[in-house]
Design a protein around this ligand. Structure first.
Ligand code: NAD
Length: 331
């Protein structure tokens, strides 16, 4: 993996005096074999001002083909692929030891796994895996890069959270809990880190059309869920699953769109603590903000899912079409 001077030399600037102010920032991203991580790595590596040296990491290097193909000429120039399992201390240490000086300017905690289904039918091991990856995986990486960032008095930690880090969603209890954990952890840490000129940003996408939810919904639609009573199974299969598919179909974003938002956040001189990515999801997210007691959100979600299913589908299509927003907020 090239250091900063090597990076510049390899781009055909051998005689250019290296000014650390305009040296590319090293960005380490977890979970780049697919989805948002892959898109983000590619967009940063193709930055026309070459402001970034991307270390695009993944657990299984056997899956690097798609990333390398998308990176094209940036591969080996502004983008390097490295192995990193966020659940392993050794893997994190090994990955950082390959970066010159271990210096990471921007860390993007993107790796994550989902878990959907009736609680009674999910194993504790599966739940622990969600926390090990989504929460402790991010904590492990931050602990590894933080001493260097503190020493240099600069850095940016980006966390791919979710709107489910702000509000719970039925049959996603454990996944939402892992994202709530991230929100609490990083909001707390942000206060201390401002003293070190280190910024934290929690990026909160709504539904994103990636392998993540696609595979998950496919798997759970045929899964058995032992120990789950017939009523709960009926609510899950006949109410939740169709509504979830409609949600993704109507307001789902592309990973490219989400990556674009993250690129903007990374290039901002004063990055925000929170950044939602999907304006079409905002009306759903707003329910909680409007009523801090939480009753409005819980009761409305309950009614929309179990009583007003047709209204829910109509509303989602309306949000997708965008005409409502234009009428409410005319230009
Ligand atoms: P994805 O499945 O394409 O990407 C997740 C990546 O994490 C995969 O490449 C996977 O291999 C990797 N990963 C899983 N466990 C890992 C481990 N132990 N070590 C290293 N990498 C590991 O799905 P995505 O939608 O691009 O998800 C990226 C992030 O976005 C996740 O944190 C997810 O929670 C979040 N998110 C997704 C959605 C959505 O609807 N897809 C919505 C909001 C937030």
């Amino acid at each position: 993996m090239g250091g900063r001077s090597q990076v510049l030399a390899s781009r055909g600037h051998p005689s250019r005096e290296i000014n650390m102010a305009d040296a590319p920032r090293t960005v380490l991203i977890s979970g780049c074999s697919s989805g948002i991580g892959l898109e983000l790595a590619v967009q940063l590596a193709h930055d026309h001002r070459q402001r970034y040296q991307v270390v695009a990491t993944m657990r299984d290097l056997g899956k690097k083909g798609a990333l390398e193909a998308a990176a094209g000429e940036a591969l080996g120039q502004t983008l390097t692929v490295a192995q990193l399992d966020v659940c392993s201390d050794e893997s994190v240490a090994q990955c950082l030891s390959c970066i010159q000086g271990g210096e990471v300017d921007v860390l993007v905690n993107n790796a994550g796994v989902g878990l959907v289904g009736p609680l009674e039918g999910l194993s504790l091991a599966a739940m622990q895996n969600v926390f090990d990856t989504n929460f402790f995986g991010a904590v492990r990486l931050v602990r590894a890069v933080l001493p260097g960032m503190k020493k240099r008095r600069k850095g940016h930690i980006v966390v791919v959270s979710s709107v489910m880090g702000l509000q719970g969603v039925v049959f996603n209890e454990v996944y939402a809990a892992s994202k709530f954990a991230l929100e609490g952890f990083f909001e707390s840490l942000a206060v201390q880190l401002l003293q070190f000129n280190i910024f934290i940003t929690l990026v909160e996408p709504g539904p994103v059309v990636t392998d993540f939810e696609g595979k998950l919904l496919e798997q759970v639609s045929t899964a058995e869920f032992p120990d789950t009573d017939p009523d709960t199974l009926h609510y899950f299969r006949d109410f939740y699953l169709p509504a979830s598919r409609e949600l993704f179909r109507s307001v789902g974003q592309s990973p490219q769109d989400v990556a674009q938002v993250i690129v903007k956040v990374i290039s901002s001189p004063r990055p925000p603590l929170r950044r939602q990515t999907n304006a079409r999801y905002t009306p759903l997210a707003a329910l909680k903000a409007v009523d801090p007691s939480g009753s409005l959100y819980v009761r409305t979600s309950h009614r929309l899912l179990f009583r007003w299913t047709r209204f829910l589908n109509l509303g989602l299509r309306c949000l997708a079409c965008g005409c409502l927003r234009i009428r409410i907020w005319p230009r």
